[in-house]
Design a protein around this ligand. Structure first.
Ligand code: CA
Length: 432
């Protein structure tokens, strides 16, 4: 039953080219931060081939809620996120109304800027970044490389595994990926470790969750309320140096192998926009434990019906004018053993306070099939099986000049389909 009018497939938007737009129809209305010729970052929404300047809109009388008006005039989304789910739903409803009632065309048309004339910025100031590991096929594939007979550790099906990442090195799509250098495992026992540029640089296909309203320190978030603390979703690439990771990760987990850069797509696609595409979580296989009470229950449709793909473009391909090569495609819902709601609830379950603009990664989202593997580590079986590209090049890990693009679309029967945009990065040579 569809009760939210902002997701109706029948909406008619007066912005030229917006109706039936493959990425940004009026049913999407993602939030982001952009800058145009004058260079000042401000909040906007994507509509068709345009960005609507919400800062400019908020300076007029068309947004009634004073708190929302004030938050929209900030250069980042944190203040808007802090207002919570009801305020954000109210803003969405109003934007939908303004963009579908042609009476507003004269007042608002002047605040539309062609999307190809703006630069997208990081949507929020990231106070904390946490990366989970809920992609069960990824965890199994990686586990198999180390423990062929027992790939999943005993905790995996009881507890959403995560670690604290580095917030200062989160960047928006397009930021270059400088190849990190670091210590590597000695080639033989008793030998000294070496330090050099990573030779096993990899990407990880993930979804990002932007935290909306936070929780007070000491107060857990019940699973029934978890979705109200999610401002929206994006794509996330957890760039990883596998050779650095292998030497440093025991006993405390990843550190310099991951903290050199994390890239996110610029638009925050809200839970309201994604509601028509959500699915029930895949049933747990027979014999798997049921979630412990605090992680049980929650939304009926907690799985993300989002189609994901990874594209690679090498320098040689670009020189020849070749299209990027698709390395994999899959669906987030098929990859995640724990839902976004379970991730948020678990994160706050010890009383840890989440804050507006915190970023949470799901972990690499691989499907069960090789065609849906979300990292080169898996596609090349730990570097043992080179991947052949259409132009005759091969890859086990990323080379300088390689450009990786993550893409995501939400698709469902009877719905127009909406995009989550792209998350891109090109590898530059090491600097030391
Ligand atoms: Ca990761």
């Amino acid at each position: 039953m569809q009760t939210d009018p902002t997701i109706s497939p029948d909406l008619d938007c007066w912005v030229e080219g917006a109706n039936g737009h493959p990425d940004w129809p009026v049913q999407n209305l993602p939030l982001g931060v952009f800058s145009s010729a004058d260079g000042l970052p401000r909040i906007g929404t994507a509509i068709g081939d345009y960005v609507l300047d919400l800062d400019a809109l908020a300076q007029g009388e068309l947004i009634a809620d004073e708190d929302v008006r004030e938050a929209l005039q900030q250069p980042m989304l944190n203040a808007l996120f802090a207002l919570g789910a009801e305020a954000m739903k109210g803003l969405r409803a109003r934007l939908s109304q303004l963009l579908t009632d042609s009476d507003y065309r004269a007042a608002i048309g002047q605040h539309l800027i062609a999307m190809d004339e703006v630069e997208m910025e990081l949507p929020a100031l990231v106070g904390d970044y946490t990366d989970f590991y809920v992609g069960i096929h990824h965890a199994t594939n990686v586990g198999k490389l180390f423990r062929p007979d027992n790939p999943l550790l005993p905790n995996y099906k009881h507890i959403p595994i995560g670690y604290h990442g580095r917030a200062s090195s989160v960047r928006v799509s397009g930021h270059p990926v400088v190849r990190p250098s670091g210590q590597k495992r000695p080639s033989e026992e008793g030998a000294a470790p070496t330090r050099s540029p990573s030779a096993r640089l990899d990407y990880e296909l993930e979804m990002g969750i932007w935290v909306g309203e936070g929780n007070a320190l000491g107060d857990p978030i019940p699973i029934e309320e978890a979705e109200n603390h999610i401002a929206g979703y994006c794509l996330l690439n957890d760039w990883s140096a596998r050779d650095l990771q292998a030497w440093e990760y025991q006993p405390l987990g990843p550190f310099l192998a991951k903290s050199f850069l994390t890239t996110v797509s610029p638009w925050v696609v809200t839970p309201q926009a994604l509601a028509p595409y959500m699915k029930p979580m895949p049933p747990r296989p027979e014999g798997d434990p049921q979630p412990i009470d605090y992680l049980a229950g929650g939304p009926d449709k907690a799985a993300l019906g989002i189609a994901l793909e990874v594209l690679l473009s090498t320098e040689k391909m670009r020189r020849a004018g070749d299209a990027p090569h698709r390395l994999s495609e899959g669906e987030a819902a098929a990859a995640m053993y724990w839902s976004a709601a379970q991730i948020v609830t678990h994160h706050a379950s010890n009383g840890c306070n989440l804050q507006p603009g915190d970023l949470i990664g799901t972990g690499t989202l691989s499907t069960a099939e090789e065609s849906g593997y979300g990292s080169l580590l898996e596609l090349s079986e730990g570097g043992k099986k080179p991947i052949s590209l259409p132009n005759g090049e091969t890859r086990t890990f990323l080379e300088d000049g390689d450009e990786v693009t993550l893409r995501a679309r939400a698709v469902a029967e009877g719905q127009p389909g909406i995009s989550l945009g792209e998350c891109t990065g090109r590898v530059l040579p090491a600097r030391g």
